[in-house]
Each structure stands twice: as C-alpha cells, then as structure tokens.
Design a protein around this ligand. Structure first.
Ligand code: FAD
Length: 306
C-alpha cells in the first residue's frame, strides 16, 4: 500500500505529491488528466514568482517537478469509489484497486457551462470563467457577466473596476445575490443589469467574441449586446459525485475539511478546488495541497498502521 495515495493531478495534487515524497514515504498519484484545469488555461499571470506562463507549460512544469521524486504517477485513470477503513481503498474505473494508509483527495472542480452556441468555440477567445484570472485581459473593453448570484455580482463589481463597461445578465426576474452586493453593484455607473434574459448565443468574428444575443423572457424579443468578453458565472461544480455517501460534503458538494485538510474520515485529507476552501486559484490549491500532505504525514506518524 501507499503511505500517501493522492487522487487528482492538478496544482493541489502535484504539491501534495512533492511534499509527501520529500518525507521519504511511499507516494502515488492517480489522475484522470494530470495537470487539471490548468491545461485549459491560456495565460497565467498570478502564480507568485512566475510573472507569466501558459497552462500547458505550467502543467508540464508541475509534472516535471513531481517526477524528480520517487512518486508513482498513474495518469488517465479515474477513481470511482472511496472505501474508508484502516487501509483506505480507492477503486478505479478500470477495475483496479489501490490502497493507502492515508489518502489525499484533490479532484478539483469544473465551471458550469451555459451550453449555448459560441461558448465552446470562443473559450479563451473572449469567453471566460474567472474574473481574478482573466479580468485584466479586458481592460478598457466592454464585457458581460452571465449569472446574478453572489459570484456573478461579485464578478461584475470586480470587473467594473478594470473594464470599460459591464452588462450583468440574469435569467430569473431578479438577482439572487446578497442585498449588500446588489446595492454596491447598483451604485456603479458603468454597470447595467438585465433580468429575465435568457442568453441564446455568444457571437464572434470567427476568431474572438464580439457580442451576445439574449431573449427577453417577458416580451419574447431577441436582443443583441456588442462586447468583447463574456464571463460565465453560473456555478463551480466540485468533482465529488464519486464520493457521495463516503464523507461529509457541504450543500454545494464540496469536501469539508479542517485547518490541516483532514476530512470527516480519519486518514482522508483533501485540498484545492474540491474543498470548502474559498477562492479557487492555483496558488491557493497548491498551498492547500502542501498543507494536506503535511497533515497526512502528521496523521501517519501518530497512527498505528504500519
Ligand atoms: P484541478 O486543477 O481541477 O485538478 C483536478 C485533478 O483531479 C485533475 O488532474 C483531474 O483530472 C483529476 N480528477 C478529477 N476527478 C477525478 C477522478 N474521479 N479520478 C481521478 N482523477 C480525477 N487560477 C489561477 O490562479 N490563475 C489563472 O489564471 C487561472 N485561470 C483559469 C482559467 C481557466 C479556463 C480555468 C478553468 C481555471 C483557471 N484558474 C486559474 C483556476 C485554477 O485552474 C484552479 O483553481 C486550480 O487548477 C485548482 O487546482 P486543483 O488541483 O484543486 O484542481
């Protein structure tokens, strides 16, 4: 068995692997896609000490760093079941079973897609999901935020300070965000709010976004907004479907952890976007991966499993 078995090969899983391996303990990483969400990213400009890089380069660097240690990397393998016990078992989709004295879950999250024409075509070419990441790319331009919950309204407030103009588009007939956020939003002169609006298409010139269309759900009319960026903020879904019933999840499906990354199951730790930790960012996921590995090591030196 592994001393530390890590599920997930994004920034959180990679950092956990480096920290665990440096303790000289048997470490394995199983990942459906080593690199994680970073692989879908263009420019990364906020990983401290790396002024600028791109997703594939960053993912390759993660892998290269992990490979300098004695870590078993099992890539293109999906975990399907976690079975707690003195030895914790992780079952894979290919039928294999792996065991760990401790396990770190770092399966990340995915942005909920709006599934309209143009979304796939213009992803990273005007269609964005993360205002902290991509906001500065739209400096001085007009953008829309789709989604009027807390994350959508926060994104609109954040972007209003960076871009020229923000149109916030909400499907329902009112915003769902906290009143204090809505007040702040409405105080901003470069933000328009449109409710009862169903986004129907993200338009572009073949290379990048130049507008969107929506249906006014009250009049049934189709309307068009000219802009250069669309931030989709309709939810971040943690990759925990396979864990339901085996440990405590929040109402959003995120894994609940304590300050050391320990979950509700002894010996099982978690890190990164899959957890309740706020602000889903690479630098945060990596820091939490390191923390979970140290938490797991602490657990191992105190436990009787040998
Ligand atoms: P992830 O990166 O999601 O990695 C999860 C890992 O788990 C993957 O290897 C995945 O294949 C694996 N996995 C999932 N389910 C299973 C399973 N059942 N079995 C086995 N393996 C599984 N953040 C920034 O800080 N700066 C940016 O500029 C930035 N830009 C972004 C742009 C885009 C388009 C996106 C989508 C995200 C961006 N982010 C950015 C956010 C950042 O990518 C995430 O916060 C970060 O990758 C989270 O790391 P993680 O290791 O927790 O999860």
């Amino acid at each position: 068995p592994y001393d530390v078995l890590i599920v997930g090969g994004g920034p959180a899983g990679a950092a956990a692997a480096v920290y665990a391996a440096r303790k000289g303990i048997r470490t394995g990483v199983v990942a459906e896609r080593f690199g994680g969400q970073v692989l879908d990213t263009n420019a990364i400009e906020n990983f401290i000490s790396v002024k600028e890089t791109d997703g594939p380069k960053f993912a390759a660097a993660l892998e290269e760093h992990v490979k300098t240690y004695d870590v078993d990397i099992m890539n293109v393998q999906r975990a399907e079941k976690l079975i707690p016990g003195k030895m914790i078992e992780v079952r894979l989709a290919n039928g294999a079973s792996l065991k760990g004295k401790s396990v770190i879950l770092a399966t990340g999250a995915r942005w909920r897609n709006i599934n309209v024409p143009g979304e796939d075509e213009y992803r990273n070419a005007g269609v964005a999901y993360c205002p902290h990441c991509d906001g500065p790319l739209f400096k001085g331009k007009d953008v829309a935020v789709i989604g009027g919950g807390n994350s959508g309204v926060e994104a609109a407030i954040d972007l209003a300070g960076v871009v020229r103009h923000v149109t916030l588009i909400e499907f329902a007939d009112e915003l769902k965000a906290d009143a204090v956020l809505q007040r702040k939003l409405r105080s901003l002169s470069n933000v328009d709010v449109i409710v009862s609006a169903q986004t129907t298409e993200i338009l572009g010139d073949g290379k990048k976004v130049n507008g969107l269309t929506y249906k006014d759900r009250q009049s049934g009319e189709s309307k068009k907004v000219d802009l250069e960026g669309v931030f989709i903020q309709i939810g971040l879904v943690p990759n925990t479907e396979w864990l339901k019933g085996s440990l405590s999840l929040s109402k959003f499906g995120e894994i609940e952890i304590d300050a050391k990354g320990q979950t509700s199951v002894p010996g099982v730790f978690a890190a990164g976007d899959v957890t309740t930790v706020p602000y889903k960012q690479i630098v945060i996921a990596a820091g939490d991966g390191a923390k979970a590995a140290l938490g797991a090591f602490d657990h191992l030196i105190r436990s009787s499993v040998s």
